[in-house]
Design a protein around this ligand. Structure first.
Ligand SMILES: Nc1ncnc2c1ncn2[C@@H]1O[C@H](COP(=O)(O)OP(=O)(O)OP(=O)(O)O)[C@@H](O)[C@H]1O
Ligand SMILES: N[C@@H](CCO)C(=O)O
Length: 293
C-alpha cells in the first residue's frame, strides 16, 4: 500500500496561461493505492458527491491506464472540485506518484507529469500540465510542450474560494481566440517579470507580473464579486491579484505579514456580494509527498 499527499495548485498566475503553475502548502488530496486485479475508486472528503468513481470518468483512471497499474484506490479530497485549485489534477498527480512507487515503475517525477496530465484531458478536454506539474514537482513551474522547469520559491499567498463552482471546461470556452500585438508584448513583459520575481522570492515583483490583459478579464466575468474582491485585496496590501486557474478561486500574492488582512478583506468583499467563501492563507510549497509505503 502507498499513500501520497498531493497539494492543491494555482495555474496561470495571470500572465502565464497554460504555462505557469505553483504548488500550495494547503489544501491537499490524500491518495492511497493497493495492488488489485481490477481498478476500483472510492472518493471521500470535500465535494466527494460530485466526483465520479467510475475509472473512465475519474482523472486517476487515465493514470492507471498510462502506467498499466491496476489498483484499489482511495481518494480523500481536501481540494474541492471545480475550484480553480487544481482539484482534478491533485488526484491525478497523487495517483501517478503513488502507482509509480507501488509498481516500481522507476519513472522520474518529470516523466510522471505528462502521465498525470492525461487525467486532465478526461475532465477538461485538454491534457494541460500546468496543475499536475506543480502538484508533482512542487514550487513554481513553467510547463511547455518541451517539458517542465521547476523553481523553489518562497512566496506568501492567499486563496479565496467562493461557494460557487466553475468548471474548467466552461471557463475554457470564454478564452479569446486571438490577441493583439500590444497585448502580446504586455503579457510577455508581465510573465517575464513574474518569473524573475519567483527566482528572487520577491512577492512585489511576482504581483506586478500577474497582470494579464487577455484571458483573465473574460474569466473574471464568470465570478460574481470579482472586481470588488480584487480591489479589497489590493487595499489590504496585496501586491497582485488574479483568477486562480479557471476560477472561481481568486489568488492574491502579498508579504507574509499581510496575509491575514488580505484574507479578511477578500472574505468581507465576497460577503458584501452575498457570497459565502473561505480563505486559505498559504504559500508556495512542495510537491506530492509519499506518506506511507
Ligand atoms: N479525482 C478527481 N478530483 C476532482 N475532480 C474530478 C476527479 N475526477 C473527475 N473529476 C471531475 O473534474 C471536474 C473538476 O475539475 P475541474 O478541472 O473543472 O476543476 P478544478 O480541478 O478544481 O479546477 P482547475 O483545473 O481550474 O484548477 C468535476 O466535474 C469532477 O467531477
Ligand atoms: N490552464 C488551465 C488551468 C485550469 O486550472 C486553464 O486555465 O484552463
Amino acid at each position: 500500500m502507498v499513500t501520497v499527499r498531493a497539494p492543491a495548485t494555482s495555474a496561470n498566475l495571470g500572465s502565464g496561461f497554460d504555462v505557469f503553475g505553483a504548488a500550495l502548502t494547503r489544501p491537499a488530496d490524500v491518495v492511497t493505492v493497493e495492488k488489485a486485479a481490477e481498478t476500483t475508486i472510492e472518493v471521500t472528503g470535500v465535494g466527494a458527491q460530485y466526483i465520479p468513481e467510475d475509472p473512465e470518468k475519474n482523472t486517476v483512471g487515465a493514470v492507471v491506464d498510462a502506467l498499466d497499474a491496476p489498483a484499489r484506490i482511495h481518494i480523500d479530497k481536501g481540494v474541492r472540485p471545480a475550484s480553480g485549485l487544481g482539484s482534478s489534477a491533485a488526484s491525478a498527480a497523487g495517483a501517478a506518484v503513488a502507482l509509480n512507487r507501488l509498481y516500481d515503475r522507476g519513472l522520474s517525477r518529470s516523466e510522471l507529469v505528462p502521465i498525470a496530465a492525461e487525467g486532465e484531458a478526461v475532465v477538461s478536454g485538454v491534457a494541460h500540465s500546468d496543475n499536475v506539474a506543480p502538484s508533482i514537482l512542487g514550487g513554481f513551474t513553467v510547463t511547455t510542450t518541451e517539458g517542465t522547469h521547476a523553481v523553489d520559491a518562497s512566496i506568501p499567498l492567499v486563496v479565496c474560494l467562493p461557494d460557487v463552482a466553475v468548471s474548467t471546461r466552461d471557463a475554457r470556452r470564454v478564452v479569446p481566440e486571438t490577441a493583439s500585438m500590444e497585448q502580446l508584448v504586455e503579457t510577455v513583459g508581465n510573465a517575464a517579470t513574474l518569473a524573475v520575481g519567483m527566482c528572487r522570492s520577491d512577492p512585489d515583483l511576482v504581483g506586478a507580473g500577474m497582470s494579464d490583459p487577455v484571458v483573465t478579464p473574460e474569466r473574471a466575468r464568470l465570478i460574481t464579486g470579482y472586481d470588488d474582491v480584487r480591489e479589497a485585496a489590493f487595499d489590504a496590501g496585496a501586491a497582485g491579484v488574479t483568477v486562480s486557474g479557471a476560477g472561481p478561486a481568486i489568488l492574491a500574492v502579498c508579504r507574509a505579514g499581510r496575509r491575514r488582512s488580505v484574507a479578511g478583506a477578500m472574505l468581507d468583499a465576497f460577503s458584501a456580494a452575498g457570497i459565502e467563501a473561505r480563505a486559505y492563507q498559504t504559500r508556495i510549497g512542495r510537491g506530492s509527498t509519499i506518506l506511507d509505503a
